[in-house]
Ligand binder design. Sequence first.
Ligand code: GLU
Length: 387
Amino acid sequence: MRSLSQRVRALKPSATVAVNAKALELRRKGVDLVALTAGEPDFDTPEHVKEAARRALAQGKTKYAPPAGIPELREALAEKFRRENGLEVTPEETLVTVGGKQALFNLFQALLDPGDEVILLRPYWVSYPEMVRLAGGVPVEVETLPEEGFVPDPERVKRAITGRTKVLVVNSPNNPTGAVYPEEVLKALAELALEHDFYLVSDEIYEHLIYEGVHFSPGRVAPEHTLTVNGAAKAFAMTGWRIGYACGPKAVIRAMADISSQSTTSPDTIAQWAALEALTNLEASRAFVEMAREAYRRRRDLLLEGLHRIGLRAVRPSGAFYVLMDTSPLAADEVKAAERLLQAGVAVVPGTDFAAFGHVRLSYATGEENLRKALERFARVLEARPQ
Ligand code: GLU
């Protein structure tokens, strides 16, 4: 058989997706497992959103949609970006995608030529470097440090800029660190994009899950240089519906839509009508988001207090639903630590593919009972560790 493409031979499959699939499989086989792997809300999609999907189905809204999304949703997106993010965009400057992932994938395809550099802030979400490489780009890593709360230092970013820098990716609230970047840091990074003429990609998928601090969209500072990416998944517990969206300069948005037209045609039509309900029925959606946020806040506090009590260290996250836990008391490296925890009945994601070495990612998008059980099992692993 002829070989696979070089592109694909160099591709690492997504660690978050793989570990989560493995945890689900073990559970299906009857293994008593607490899974802290899934980067997805454990809540069901709110009823008003499900009802909108049923309505769309009953009305026969079952055909192709335009590649950039149904016009009603693009109008609602322009309104959302104005109302919640202070971004002045027209519907033509918005795009609906198959999850936030397709928005990111398409924008790297639209922006990168071979050899173009993309600055990623380490630890980063596992899919960024792979998507960059699939588009022929070169990831350039700039670290964020636990002692600085994983907030990037604009000076350190500046030192990584070269003549080939095309994109800087920022993700606040952050997966996997939970850091919420202060407004002045995001403004400084947007100023760098303006000064050095590169694109800023702002992945804001965890926008509504902030426990301390406020969300700031850097596109306000550099509108012609910023692609803002978001989606319905995390805010409205709609991960399986696959509705992401983006806004940015019209030419880039158009190119991204053209890529969709040649790959997926359009996101799922029924799911778009459901997302429209989530974005426009403000009263019902706000009540849901507030309920979920308070639950995550309680879970975060429970998990952090529990970890500290048994002597495990983690930087206190201010947003998203992840804790990056230091694995040095558990094993020699994060992969061995994740294996030991799995044997003890807790599935976590090793930090390796996030470039978070010596750490594992715990998702607290799960019930408090599960978190208590996980903490008991962590304590047992610690006790069993040979001194
Ligand atoms: N973003 C989530 C996570 O990091 C979902 C899985 C994925 O698409 O990577 O777990």
